[in-house]
Design a protein around this ligand. Structure first.
Ligand code: ASP
Length: 328
């Protein structure tokens, strides 16, 4: 509570002195995936919480720049004017894309200012409602029995859903069994799944929870090492590790970035607003309801965020190299 008060006071003085920034020009949060997906969901809720944190004076807009597993949007922000009016909200792809893409036009650790991590989000393995299976075991048997006939959707080459699908297919030895269908984000991929045009997908709970609850998709398992025993809906699904996929443990995280060279005073305002937003009761409640955990520790700080991403790059590269998967 005391920390929150100190933050709020710091914000009041920071934003009171902000004659030039943000001014009346909007702050665009670039989401590198289509509207209606989980990264878009986090960005829209965060934009509202940051607007409130900045005393309602800032005008945030969410811009969806989708394609190529998030790399088109990230490239746009890396090359944008470093004036605090163009930010990037990206997920684990920030760390996975350097291994997945050989011709990446940005360097994650050199071309961005780090503003802080936002949340951690588990994933769920889901299928179209018409699938006959109701349990994970039945689902796995169904996949194997229908080898070559099914398709799995993802949000673009190198996206989190692509990564999850690859890891899962290789863990159950079903790599040849499915056709992969890329979309510009989970929004359109989910529409295809709900409509029965694709058979399955692995995606963040921020987008799947509502669909599972409404019965528009079937859920079979969660990707975290342990089941999500505290979540009112997701507690009913086993973890893939429990189902025998040894070591399977995948959690997605989101972070906020600005182009390299953004002035330190602007970065300080944005980080303060981010930290306040991450403590905003509405934001936290919405995220928790969707199965996400909002970051509370030092990873809200730019240096810790950057160190975390560096660690994730080092962790993911050998996994992706071993799978010999390139997106370009
Ligand atoms: N969930 C997506 C992914 O698989 C991206 C999105 O639409 O947020 O990376």
């Amino acid at each position: 509570m005391k920390r929150l008060l100190v933050l709020a006071l710091a914000a009041t003085s920071l934003f009171a002195n902000a004659q030039t920034y943000p001014g009346s020009k909007p702050i665009s949060i670039v989401v590198p995936f289509a509207a209606g997906g989980p990264t878009d969901r986090v960005a829209r809720d965060l934009a509202e919480a940051m607007r409130k944190a900045m005393g309602g004076s800032a005008n945030f807009v969410v811009e969806n720049v989708n394609g190529a597993g998030g790399t088109i949007g990230a490239t746009k922000v890396a090359k944008a004017s470093p004036d605090g009016h163009t930010l990037l909200l990206f997920h684990i792809g920030m760390a996975a894309t350097p291994a997945l893409y050989r011709k990446l036009q940005y360097k994650p650790l050199e071309d961005f200012e780090y503003l802080g991590l936002i949340n951690e989000v588990p994933m769920t393995l889901i299928g179209k409602p018409q699938l006959p299976a109701n349990t994970y075991r039945d689902f796995e048997n169904y996949i194997k029995a229908n080898s070559g006939k099914l398709n799995i959707a993802h949000a673009g080459l190198g996206s989190a859903s692509h990564l999850c699908g690859l890891m899962w297919q290789s863990a159950i030895n079903a790599k040849e069994a499915m056709t992969t269908i890329p979309f510009g984000g989970t929004g359109p991929a989910m529409n295809a799944l709900v409509g029965g045009q694709v058979d399955l997908m692995c995606d963040q709970t921020t987008n799947t929870t509502g669909q599972i609850e409404a019965g528009r998709v079937k859920a079979f398992a969660v990707t975290t090492a342990k089941p999500l025993s505290k979540h009112k809906l997701l507690k009913d699904y086993p973890s893939l590790q429990e189902m025998g996929l040894k070591g399977f443990d995948l959690t997605i995280w989101h972070g906020l970035y600005a182009p390299k060279g953004t002035p330190p005073a602007v970065l300080a305002q944005l980080n303060t607003a981010l930290k306040l937003a991450l403590k905003d009761a509405d934001f936290v409640k919405k995220q928790e309801g969707l199965g996400a955990v909002v970051v509370t520790d030092k990873r809200m700080e730019p240096a810790a965020h950057k160190a975390f991403v560096a660690g994730e790059i080092a962790k993911l590269k050998p996994v992706i190299d071993a799978a010999k998967q390139f997106a370009d």
